[in-house]
Design a protein around this ligand. Structure first.
Ligand SMILES: NC(=O)c1ccc[n+]([C@@H]2O[C@H](COP(=O)([O-])OP(=O)(O)OC[C@H]3O[C@@H](n4cnc5c(N)ncnc54)[C@H](O)[C@@H]3O)[C@@H](O)[C@H]2O)c1
Length: 362
């Protein structure tokens, strides 16, 4: 397929999407005659590491296999990547490659951003969420016990290489979590895509290859369009956080018992409720979101109670509080998200108390 390209002031890079192969051959100049370190995890390595290594031919390729899961998106895992780079004497002209879901993409990117003040890296995302979101756009990072992604850097990959057939081995719950991020794009500025997702739900759930390729292409293009306008989140890129400030707090409060995309689903419902409470949108937005989320078996209500005060406190450490006032992404309508500044603790508590009460859905 013709690659998508992200054009940024510091350089452009391709997103290579193929139905059934890793198109590393198409970017040979990027990796030829460089040492390569593939960072992956204990789940993905047995599935795809040998195949990806083969693509590099005679090239010296090392691998760093990390423990699996969001619980391991930590300083300790980042250190393991740096240790592997040190052990094999990687220098600025060498290359890191991520092979895995968003956790591996984010950690590999952060290791690339920090090793010797920045080396090149390539993303090979293998979950739906990472193919449509996490691998694209250059946000890298790890979690801190005080919250999600609190440690990180902007560092763009040199290429994103997507093999859609990797989704065939992805557990259904993980696949659906990825759809949470796709629905987010619908809420931000892609109402037509929202209706497309609803119309194609059966084909998407059946992993119909052409439909999946179309889904991934559309989402990568949506993300590229926003990142090209605002690489470092000084403005419009903040829209991509729709549902995320609530979602990150839910993830931390529940010690990551929800998958990231599931927490985003819950966060989207809260953002829709808050949009209505603040008088920006009617209640139908929340209902439409809930219907589509449920079509993909995503949660719209918490399965165990969390206190509103705890969530509020976690939201305060989510990088989006300015002068004690909250910045959240709300909606004026479906596909019409905007940055709402100056929201108070009381505004947030009103939404949390509505959503968290019995029968309040989230
Ligand atoms: N940088 C960004 O812009 C950005 C955007 C969105 C999300 N994120 C981050 O992405 C992370 C979530 O990513 P995720 O949902 O991909 O989770 P993940 O990386 O934990 O992957 C989900 C699970 O699927 C397994 N897996 C991966 N590929 C597989 C495959 N092909 N077959 C079978 N199993 C496979 C993983 O080992 C893991 O157990 C969060 O940490 C989130 O903060 C980052």
């Amino acid at each position: 397929m013709k690659p998508l390209t992200i054009n940024l002031p510091g350089g452009s890079y391709p997103i290579l999407l193929e139905a059934n192969c890793f198109a590393l051959d198409e970017i040979k100049p990027l990796w030829q005659q460089r040492k390569v370190m593939i960072v992956t995890n204990q789940v993905v390595a047995p599935l795809y590491l040998a195949e990806v290594k083969r693509q590099f031919g005679d090239q010296p390729v090392f691998s760093c296999i990390l423990p699996d899961g969001e619980d391991h998106k930590t300083v300790a895992s980042w250190q393991l990547i740096l240790d592997a780079l040190a052990e094999h004497q990687f220098n600025r002209s060498d290359l890191l490659v991520s092979l895995g879901g968003g956790v591996i993409c984010d950690m590999t990117g952060f290791a690339a951003a920090s090793w010797m003040r920045g080396i090149d890296f390539i993303q090979i995302p293998t979950t739906l969420l990472s193919q449509i979101d996490a691998s694209v756009g250059g946000k890298t990072g790890i979690n801190h016990p005080h919250g999600k992604n609190l440690i990180g850097a902007f560092h763009q990959p040199r290429a994103v290489v997507i093999n859609a057939s990797t989704l065939n081995t992805l557990p259904t719950r993980e696949f659906n979590a990825g759809i949470g991020e796709a629905i987010k794009y619908g809420g931000i500025n892609q109402a037509d895509f929202f209706y497309w997702l609803a119309a194609q739900a059966a084909a998407i759930k059946a992993l119909e290859p052409d439909t999946l390729m179309s889904l991934i292409t559309q989402c990568c293009q949506f993300k590229a369009d926003i990142v090209e306008q605002d690489e470092k989140e000084q403005g419009v890129r903040a829209l991509l956080n729709l549902g995320h400030t609530f979602g990150h707090a839910i993830e931390t409060a529940t010690e990551y018992s929800y998958l990231h995309g599931e927490a985003v689903a819950l966060g989207l419902v809260m953002a829709a409720e808050m949009s209505a409470q603040q008088g920006y949108a009617g209640p139908e937005i929340r209902k439409m979101l809930e219907n589509l989320l449920q079509a993909f078996d995503l949660p719209i209500m918490l399965d165990s109670p969390i206190s509103a005060d705890d969530l509020l406190n976690l939201m305060k450490s989510d990088k989006k509080v300015v002068n004690d006032q909250h910045r959240l992404i709300l909606m004026r309508g479906l596909g019409d998200a905007f940055i709402a500044d100056g929201l108070t603790d009381a505004d947030i508590l009103q939404t949390l108390n509505t959503c968290l009460q019995p029968g309040g859905s989230v």
